[in-house]
Design a protein around this ligand. Structure first.
Ligand code: MN
Length: 756
């Protein structure tokens, strides 16, 4: 490429002459089976491509026609396709980028070529424009768009050339293209058995995605090359002697390891370069006496080698009797080498080798005189069947995309289709922090593949992730256990520190102001009085709780006066009457009625004279009352626990009739800052965006916080559960009303039981 570039740049050469030069090179690289009529077709395609792209330049400055010619050359000499594919490769960008339409192609070249070009145009739309690709969609797309697998093969050639010339792209584009290539195209090439293309795509991607790593490994390979060659020679020499003695025509070489495969092993096994590189693999490619004895010869070679070196038991891989799904055939064994290291030996015939490197397409070359593209069509049919059948092969195909051949990294997509790389086991919260620390700090949930999931949801390759944020979100300590990336951990720790510091500062100044108003000097003695009164352990906790509004200082004056006789049990803002099992309440139990108006500023406290306050107040799990609900207390006989029930709770009603003596009136105080857990169940007609609409209604409700969201859809219906922290029934009812108003929502109900 460098020479052709210089031609263009040095003198503005006649584009036509330059293109002609490249064309001749293309034709000479076509294999012998291309006939005169084929050449005519290729020429016609070339002329149209040249004409339609005339005057257009690539990013590199070269005339555009360089690209289709290069793609056509890959199609013929690296994938081994024939004239129709070459013509299509030449025309692959014509409909998309020029004024020519599909109808024009149809008129000029007929239906077959037009349909392939149509596929190529569509596939490029899906790949390059929207690219919200997920393994499953990807497979479906391959199925619907490629009635002819040539579409995919030409697309792969297109991508390979783009990767080879990626240098001229701006860096952000480079990363996007390289990411897609590792994630989608390389596995696809692998699946189609195009090993050489797969390896090159992977290496090129790595070069742009992790340039430092790439260079490091490349240099290490260079440094070790000599030593390695010596080892290979030492191992091979006895084999060469022996095989020659048996008149076998063969080549022996060290199996080249791609930079990517070395890196991938280093990552997945967590071992250094040397350890990966140390594992030697030898490849023997032989020319069989005839096709019939090919298999027998493989075993003959195996036998000759194991006469020299001891094979490792259980390490024979016979992919001759049963080839791999992608067509790979070979005999693998592992033997003990002269320096006490295991060496993998791959035995292949020339035909097998070509299939291994170039895929099934290489097959037809060996099918005798009638070889034409129809042989390829058979193969295409086979691939199509493979894609269509929901058998293990197809599943394996899908898995390969989901696993994307990495084990150390996953690749996920933003809603716009941008690719993000994260370590394996990363969560939605990691993803949020990967995008921006502010997104992470405000994250309340996420949609993965349009399904609502929590922040600790573990992502898988291919997931498309949308983060739901709320300005009211507060960072929680437990988030640290939800994240995997260092970036997220640092951000969370920083944010917690900053927030705590802020709160303490704020709380301190609030307290100081209040004390000042009461004309009390904030001494240690004063604090020692305040700290136990608010049931906190130290100053910082006190300040922090004042700062966040959990502790309101309304009764500060009282506390300072140290009036122990009028103690109130405080629990979730609840005030209950005190009683003991031995003394019955003086009045009949008072069940609050709807018409009751609580004077919140001065709550009614019913006392029985006892000054003990060792009560355990528990919110009953059977009905889960929240502030605002009419409640009663049930004090268990012979115990200090008071259970709070809703007044209408069936259990409470039963208790009132049977154990009325132990019922005590209870009332909520209006401590707005206190939150209680409530659960809603809802259902409705599923539509796009319903989950986010519900979430945003909740986010708009200032006094409501989400604990858990779960929404499930099936057959066009959604069902969901929300667990929320609310302040009181009024707020909850408001929320229920607002959610009910949403389009598609059928019912929203408060549910009694709360999950733990
Ligand atoms: Mn192209």
């Amino acid at each position: 490429m460098s020479s052709s570039k210089s031609i263009v740049k040095d003198k503005i050469v006649d584009e036509d002459a330059y293109a002609e030069e490249l064309y001749n090179d293309l034709i000479s690289s076509c294999s012998k089976h291309v006939k005169v009529k084929d050449i005519k077709l290729i020429r016609k395609a070339f002329d149209l491509a040249k004409e339609s792209h005339k005057g257009v330049k690539r990013k590199s400055g070269e005339p555009y026609i360089v690209h289709p010619i290069a793609v056509a050359k890959i199609v013929t000499s690296e994938i081994g396709l024939g004239a129709v594919s070459i013509a299509c490769a030449l025309l692959h960008d014509v409909v998309e980028d020029t004024e020519y339409t599909l109808e024009d192609i149809d008129h000029l070249f007929g239906e077959k070529i037009a349909s392939i070009i149509d596929g190529l145009t569509k596939i490029s739309g899906v790949f390059d424009k929207h690219s919200s690709l997920q393994a499953e969609n990807f497979r479906k797309m391959l199925l619907t768009l490629s009635d002819d697998v040539r579409v995919i093969l030409i697309k792969l050639a297109d991508r390979l050339h783009n990767m080879r010339t990626l240098d001229s792209m701006p860096p952000n584009k480079q990363l996007k293209i390289a990411g897609e290539t590792t994630y989608l195209y390389a596995p696809l090439a692998h699946r189609l058995g195009l090993y050489a293309i797969k390896s090159e795509l992977e290496d090129l991607s790595l070069k742009y995605r992790h340039p430092k790593v790439f260079d490091e490994i490349l240099n290490k390979i260079k440094d070790n090359e000599k030593k390695r060659q010596q080892e290979i020679n030492r191992f091979s020499l006895p084999i060469i002697e022996k095989l020659e003695k048996h008149n076998i025509e063969f080549d022996i070489s060290g199996r080249p390891k791609s930079i990517f495969s070395i890196w991938n092993k280093m990552q997945s096994k967590n071992i250094p370069f040397e350890e990966v590189y140390d594992l030697m693999a030898i490849r023997i490619v032989f020319t069989p006496v005839s096709r019939e004895v090919e298999k027998a010869q493989c075993w003959q070679i195996y036998s000759l080698i194991t006469d020299i070196y001891t094979p490792k038991p259980d390490r024979i891989r016979d992919w001759i009797s049963s080839p791999k799904a992608n067509g790979y055939e070979a005999l693998h064994t592992t033997v003990m080498g002269p320096n006490g290291k295991w060496v993998e030996v791959q035995i292949r015939s020339q035909r097998m080798d070509e299939i291994a490197e170039r895929g099934f397409a290489a097959h037809w070359k060996y099918k005798g005189e009638n070889s034409s593209e129809s042989e390829l069509d058979k193969w295409i049919k086979k691939i199509r069947l493979m894609l269509e059948n929901p058998n293990s092969d197809a599943l394996e195909f899908l898995d390969e995309f989901k696993m994307n051949l990495f084990s150390a990294e996953i690749m996920v997509f933003t809603p716009k289709g941008d690719l993000k790389t994260l370590p394996k086991n990363s969560t939605t919260l990691d993803f949020a922090y990967e995008i921006h620390s502010e997104i992470g700090n405000k994250a309340i949930g996420a949609k993965v593949n349009h399904k609502l999931v929590p922040l600790n949801h573990i992502l898988r390759s291919g997931d498309q992730v949308e983060i739901i944020t709320s300005n009211k979100q507060k960072i929680q300590k437990e988030w640290l256990s939800h994240v995997k990336t260092a970036k997220a951990k640092t951000s969370i720790t920083d944010a917690i520190k900053a927030e705590t510091k802020d709160r303490i500062q704020k709380g301190k100044s609030i307290l100081e102001t209040k004390l000042k108003n009461l004309k009390v000097h904030p001494s240690g003695r004063v604090l020692r009085k305040i700290i136990p009164a608010y049931e906190v352990v130290n100053k910082d906790e006190l300040y922090s709780k004042i700062g966040s509004g959990i502790i309101k200082l309304d009764d500060l004056k009282k506390i300072l006066k140290k009036n122990t006789k009028n103690k109130i049990i405080r629990y979730w803002g609840l005030q209950i009457a005190k009683t003991t099992s031995s003394s019955k309440p003086k009045k009949e139990p008072q069940i609050p009625k709807k018409t009751d108006k609580f004077n919140y500023k001065d709550p009614v406290i019913i006392r029985d004279g006892s000054d003990e306050e060792n009560y355990n107040v528990k919110i009953s799990q059977c009905c889960n009352p929240i502030p605002g609900d009419e409640v009663i207390g049930y004090k268990k006989p012979e115990s200090d626990t008071v259970f709070i029930h809703k007044a209408k709770c069936p259990t409470a009603i039963k208790l009132m009739s049977s154990e009325g003596n132990y019922i005590v009136p209870a009332r909520w105080t209006s401590q707005k800052y206190l939150s209680s857990l409530a659960k809603l169940t809802l259902n409705g007609i599923d539509r796009i965006g319903i989950a986010s609409d519900i979430t945003s209604v909740i986010s708009n409700e200032l006094t409501v916080n989400i604990r858990k969201i779960f929404i499930e859809t099936h057959d066009g219906i959604f069902e969901g559960e929300l667990e929320l922290y609310v302040h009181n029934v009024t707020d909850l009812n408001n929320l229920i009303m607002n959610i009910s108003k949403l389009k598609g929502v059928n019912s929203v109900k408060r549910s009694e039981e709360i999950s733990k």
